[in-house]
Write a protein that binds this ligand. Sequence first.
Ligand SMILES: *Cc1c(COP(=O)(O)O)cnc(C)c1O
Length: 357
Amino acid sequence: MRPEIEALMRPVLRDMVPYHVPVHAGVIKLDANENPYPFPTAVRDAIWAAAGGETFNRYPDGAARALRDALADYAGVAPGNVLVGNGSDEIILNLLLTFGTGRRVLIAAPTFGMYRLHSLVAGAEPVEVPRGADFAVEPDAFLAAARAQNAQMVFLCSPNNPTGNVTPPADIERLLREYAGIVVVDEAYAEFAGTSAVGLLSRYPRLVLLRTFSKAFGLAGLRVGYMLAGEDVVQAVWRVKQPFNVNAFSQAAALAVLGNQDVFREQIEAICRARDDLYSRLEELPGVTAFPSRANFILFRTPLPAGGVYEGLLRRGVLVRNVDGPLLPGCLRVTIGRPEENTRFLDALADVLRTGK
Ligand SMILES: *Cc1c(COP(=O)(O)O)cnc(C)c1O
């Protein structure tokens, strides 16, 4: 970068590593926790039918009324408790711009990288608190850190990406009782876990739940996420959000998905069965440790360096995510694919471990 441009940039951005997504054609893609099944034709037809001419030439409904009504119904809350975003990534940034800028933000790590990156972009200071044994959030340590750091908001993810474990609602309730800031619980994988902290919403107006259509519901390409929160938090974030943040086509698509949940329910059940099957088969591979998961991915460790395993799998046509780092030494994350893809992955991994490369 030209030094004069770098000098003009905000200092925090100068040494930030941009979010990087490697692109590889023709591989089995088990790196991004997407739904592995082709998008159902009947639902696609319903989306085409719903997206009339006005979908293209008119601005979308900035309040996403129809979609928020359907989401309120789906989640068992009022429409005033729902805010829709251009992916939940956008909502993470908007939450940080609303509550975090110039303040400290606590993050239960290891976890999804966007809480930290968006904190820096928003001019907040991210503070990572390590999780305890089995990657559980330890309420005592987390509360102590929140007080010591005077944090304005905290992020935890449940089921946690990339570790797969759930934080029990009782622990979340304890945080809400003993900490006065905003508590964000990212439930991007809630449909796979079959559990949620949504029951706490009516009693705790500072609780924020993040959800997405990108994982269980197969819409990663159309960018639709949402948050469930107290009405006041929704109103606060509304001041920050772009007026037309979610396009009309994506609103129609998300609405069609909610109107056709059965087909996705079946896919979710198949993915969970395949996950439990892959977990036991991974555990049987000599030297491999797999971590139990309630989501659509599995974290695992092998005796070889993670970078070598990643490259070895890629040479054999399987793309996974290398999440190696100080908190996850030697670890990789594999998304649950269709059964034949999971077998291809296992065979490739066994071959990498046998040959050492
Ligand atoms: C994938 C993921 C997201 C991003 O979802 P989008 O709605 O596609 O932006 C958010 N949080 C977690 C934990 C994720 O894994």
